[in-house]
Design a protein. Structure first.
Length: 235
């Protein structure tokens, strides 16, 4: 999708941070994907898919909300193993924990052929196409397919902005959400830039035909798998 088309599009679903918020006090960019509309008019089921920043700052009230009100079943940590070990999840969190890093070392810089050298763009390229990311996306989407409880799956990065933002964008694309709405959800996070997500989406469109086809290819998902994901997470 060209950025100009996104900016001119007048049918973008209006998303508000307060409506998507899950009410955490001390965790950055904590919000659910519930209520976001797919292209066929169905909506992401409320209380099933949550994205956020790292949970280490969660206070007692936040932990109670995650455990007892939201009843989070699985926490997927997208941080590197070093980040996860250095700032671990808070004690008292009862959810199953899974570390699926999208980067081996976020501080290390890699430059890819034909990728502009700006650090943010290169970072996003790694988050989308890097070998570590590709392996983790496969496990992440298989988890969502096989998860048989109606309790939320929460996935998070450090600030809930870049890595969580790309993971959210790929998931919404698989669920059939229009690119314009995906960009609108992504832009709810402070400090992000539409052109970075636009760049990697464009690369996926050129190299694979669409973002959905890219995810299908790297994760080995069948058409039936995507139908099942939509059945599980759309209403």
């Amino acid at each position: 999708m060209k950025q100009a088309n996104y900016e001119k599009h007048n049918k973008i679903q209006q998303l508000r941070p307060d409506e998507q918020s899950i009410g955490l006090f001390c965790v950055e960019n904590a919000r659910e994907l519930g209520g976001i509309k797919s292209a066929n008019g169905k909506k992401v089921k409320p209380g099933r898919l949550i994205r956020s920043g790292q949970l280490s700052a969660a206070g007692k009230e936040d932990i109670m909300l995650l455990n007892d009100t939201l009843r989070v079943g699985v926490v997927v940590d997208l941080r590197s193993p070093g980040e996860a070990a250095g700032i671990p999840e808070p004690s008292g969190l009862r959810a199953q924990y899974l570390n699926l890093p999208l980067l081996d070392d976020p501080k290390q810089t890699y430059f890819f052929e034909d990728v502009p050298p700006e650090s943010t763009t290169n970072l996003y390229y790694r988050i989308m196409f890097g070998g570590t990311a590709v392996k983790s996306y496969g496990k992440f989407f298989r988890l969502l397919l096989e998860y048989d409880e109606e309790r939320p799956v929460l996935f998070h990065s450090v600030r809930g902005r870049d890595r969580a933002g790309v993971a959210s964008a790929l998931l919404l694309s698989l669920l059939g959400v229009p690119d314009e709405t995906i960009f609108a959800e992504y832009m709810l996070s402070k400090g992000v830039f539409a052109h970075t997500l636009g760049y990697i989406f464009s690369r996926a469109n050129v190299e694979y035909g669409s973002v959905t086809e890219y995810v299908r290819a790297i994760c080995g998902l069948s058409a039936g798998d995507i139908t099942e994901l939509k059945h599980k997470y759309l209403d």
